[in-house]
Write a protein that binds this ligand. Sequence first.
Ligand code: NDP
Length: 329
Amino acid sequence: MQYRRLGSSGLQISELSLGSWLTFGKQIDDQTAEELMTIAYEAGINFFDNAEIYARGRSEIVMGNILAKKSWDRSSYLVSSKVFFGTEGKDAKPNQRGLSRKHIIEGCHAALQRLQVDYLDLYFCHRADKQTPIEETVWAMHQLVLQGKILYWGTSEWDASEIMEAISIAKQHHLIGPVVEQPQYNLFVREKLERDYMHLFKHHGLGTTIWSPLASGVLSGKYNDLQPNDTRLHMEGMEWLRDRVLNDRALEKSRELQIIASELGLTSPLLSLAWCLKNPNVSTVILGASKPAQLKENLKCIGAVDLLTDEVMQRIEVVMSNKPKADSF
Ligand code: NDP
């Protein structure tokens, strides 16, 4: 496992990390969650990603119980939470979601309790809150850093202009600003990471922890010819995700990628994960897995990066035909 700097910060993060969305506290039992974290930690993964909304807080409770049981040295791993959606879903009362000072501070305290840790290494604003001044959010995050409750903070799925505004406010008031963004990044979704954020990478040292590297499993190739029904896309309530990621065009691309992968002696997930890892603006690829065997397989993508020569990358480019065009100004 290699470790990358989280952007221009001093923090070292493993190039692969493990997330818990839809799995911990929901799709998988607690024993499997423990097995996944153990495999990850023993392979050198040092970052576990979480959020208040995942399984409405249960994902953090499961992860917290595992961290407490494992007694790994606290300095040896990073754990995150994300604030915005709250834990109450549609029943949320007015201040139980969003990025007001009130919800950020209360959300942080609740996440610390669920995760059973004294501080979060990374704390993300899970979405931009169009109703709250960014200045209020920056001040609240700064306060949490000064209180030692979070060490670094960042954003998730914010527009480049919103991140820039947060950085500017922080600079203007000598506050601790965001150092990381968590965008979706995979062979299908590329615009933010490859185009919108380029200025932020180059001039502001923004790091990234990227999500859904396999497009929720579509890029694993398992839907290419079969219709497995024991996956997240067939869980109750996940129709919206299935509609978004599983369609004829995606499957056609996935089948073409599978041909390239097999010519290289790789499986589909390894090709797609290695492609993400190859991007130097990715600080860590957050893996998701519902089974230990998936995680064990996916960890091998590190060894596949060198197989992605310029020629192979060009072949992938031709298949995908979705390279974001650089801004013309
Ligand atoms: P992926 O796109 O990699 O999807 C992971 C899922 O794909 C697994 O749970 C499994 O689902 C399937 N899969 C993985 N590997 C294989 C394999 N080798 N063979 C077959 N199937 C496989 O990542 P996620 O969407 O889970 O995202 C990763 C993490 O990113 C999340 O856990 C979360 O921490 C974070 N995230 C952040 C978001 C944000 O808004 N900031 C949004 C979403 C995620 P199954 O077995 O059910 O098919």
